[in-house]
Design a protein around this ligand. Structure first.
Ligand code: B12
Length: 465
């Protein structure tokens, strides 16, 4: 048997660690169990999956091939793991969002890189490897039309299921039709693709639990598709959560089907309380005047809202922190979350801030939206960091949490526990050394610009080496 080890590095901030107790504050990730499913029809393989957020990453596993999934914030540790295995003679393949954007960087730490989605190329790569003919670069071919066919059911059976808020995750659509300036999704997936509803229902039937999470970035971007999907889900009697945008509130039929299909929570990127900011970041479809109506409607339907806000936009000044915290309280956002405006490589925001010479850290460890990697326009990086931490601390004070609660009941109890988990996260922000400074001192902005990594990346040359 040939041993394949598939690893997701630790995403740090989403994990609670108290002594030996480890718990992810998120749902089970899909990347590695989807990759496992794509090669499950090759009988000679023995596949092991590791999610570094909830389990230790083995450094002495007797693998024949190691695959690592790379997000920007995890790139440094992904490369360390890759270098470690390669030094021991084990070939390593890198893939994922960060590799798709900066293959020229990733290729320095890999025997092969996979650019884009893996449905076609990953099984091809594994077969080539078994024949001793693995190439250095595999690139996704564009999909014709807007349907994504033949995505196999994730190998949930191979994935660890305990230690997550929800043990089953599912994905129906890929990409997003909007192009917010900070988001990597439209850069990586140029089209909004949908899976056949029968495939999604098949995957849903493969989940044994009642609760599932959709990790689509914008599940209802195509309302017609979403309605068909929700209709098909009604008989399954699941309870689910996912990501959508605030404009769903105008479509009553969609809301009705969402509720009937079992929707119990939604994650919403409100991003800002300022209309000007939202227009600047190409997210003008969010209208702050409509937020109260949105929240009231969702609450009346029994849907809890995890609401995300970002600090550090060019228009943000010192008042933004207090203003946002106050707004979150008024809107009674069930579980608030704050991030710092981060220019991920490949995005429009990254290009602009580089041109303006405002990126102060190229250490990918800082690209977790919990550090400041830019010069903000109306504050110093230290002021932005202090304001961000202050906002977290205020929002998760007991009186603030209780002020946002809506009576009693199962949903409220769950939200209360979620808020308590964030209180622990606030303690980490104030006490963990990695959050002591706005950005790391090592590698302070003088590293080669990511465009240069890719300038050296000549696929034709690499393929032959
Ligand atoms: C679920 C999710 C998470 C989960 C799990 C992540 C994961 N890798 O599964 C968690 C909670 C950990 C997470 C954390 C974060 N996330 Co997130 N997350 C997502 C989300 C919504 C779905 C990812 C997913 O499961 N996709 C389904 C799988 C099947 O697709 P996939 O991972 O892309 O894998 C395919 C290919 O990329 C490729 N592939 C991937 N890995 C590998 C490995 C090998 C060896 C091979 C061959 C191929 C391959 O093949 C796969 C199948 O086709 C995406 C948005 C999106 N739709 O992509 C954002 C996204 C990945 N996250 C993002 C961000 C910014 C974050 C956070 C920084 C945000 C935050 N503040 O929480 C942190 C990162 C923390 C850190 N230290 O890095 C950005 C990534 C930006 C970037 N350049 O890295 C995305 C793209 C969202 C966005 N709006 O821009 N996230």
């Amino acid at each position: 048997m040939m041993k394949v080890l598939l690893i997701m590095p630790d995403a740090h901030m989403h994990t609670l660690r108290i002594g030996r107790f480890v718990r992810s504050m998120r749902e089970m990730p899909l990347s590695v169990c989807t990759l496992a499913a794509m090669i499950s029809d090759i009988p000679e393989l023995d596949i092991k999956l590791i999610d570094g957020s909830v389990e230790d990453i083995p450094l002495d596993y007797p693998a024949d091939l190691v695959g690592i999934s790379v997000l920007t914030g995890c790139a440094v540790s992904a490369y360390e793991i890759a270098d470690h295995y390669r030094e021991r003679g084990v070939p390593v393949v890198l893939g994922g969002v960060h590799v798709t954007i900066l293959p020229g960087e990733a290729v320095n730490h890999a025997d092969a890189v996979l650019i884009g989605r893996g449905e076609q190329t990953w099984p091809e790569l594994v077969r080539d490897f078994m024949r001793g003919e693995m190439r250095k670069v595999y690139r996704e071919q564009p999909v014709e039309g807007d349907m994504l066919l033949n995505v196999p059911s994730p190998r949930y059976d191979l994935h660890r299921k305990h230690g997550y808020m929800l043990p089953y995750t599912i994905q129906a659509t890929y990409g997003c039709r909007r192009e917010c300036d900070f988001c990597t999704v439209p850069v990586v997936s140029r089209k909004y693709l949908k899976r056949p509803i029968a495939d999604v229902v098949r995957d849903l039937r493969n989940t044994s639990g009642r609760y599932i999470a959709f990790n689509d970035v914008s599940l209802a971007d195509d309302p017609q598709y979403a309605k068909e999907l929700f209709k098909a889900m009604i008989p399954l009697k699941k309870r689910w959560g996912g990501l959508t945008t605030v404009d769903i509130v105008r479509d009553h039929e969609l809301l009705d089907l969402m509720v009937k299909s079992g929707c119990s929570y939604l994650l919403i990127g409100f991003e800002s309380t300022e209309e000007t900011v939202l227009r600047q970041i190409h997210k003008g479809f969010n209208q702050p005047v409509n937020y109260p109506d949105f929240m009231a409607t969702m609450h009346s339907l029994g849907i809890s809202i995890q609401g995300c806000f970002v600090f550090g936009f060019d228009n943000d000044d010192h008042d933004i922190f207090r203003q946002t915290v106050e707004r979150v309280r008024e809107l009674k956002i069930d579980i608030p979350r704050y991030s710092i405006y981060t220019p991920y490589p490949g995005t429009r925001l990254f290009q602009r801030l580089r041109r303006e010479n405002r990126i102060i850290s190229y250490n990918w460890n800082d690209y977790d939206t919990m550090h400041v990697v830019i010069k903000p326009a109306k504050m110093t990086p230290d002021e932005l960091y202090a304001g961000f931490k202050w906002a977290y601390k205020e929002t998760f004070k007991l009186k603030h949490i209780l002020g946002r609660m809506r009576g009693i009941g199962l949903n409220c109890a769950i939200n209360f526990c979620g808020n308590l988990a964030y209180r622990i996260f606030v303690r980490r922000l104030y006490h963990e050394p990695r959050f002591a400074r706005p950005y790391s001192l090592e590698c302070p902005g003088s590293a080669p610009a990511p465009e240069q990594y890719n300038a050296n990346f000549r696929e034709d040359r690499i393929c032959r080496s």
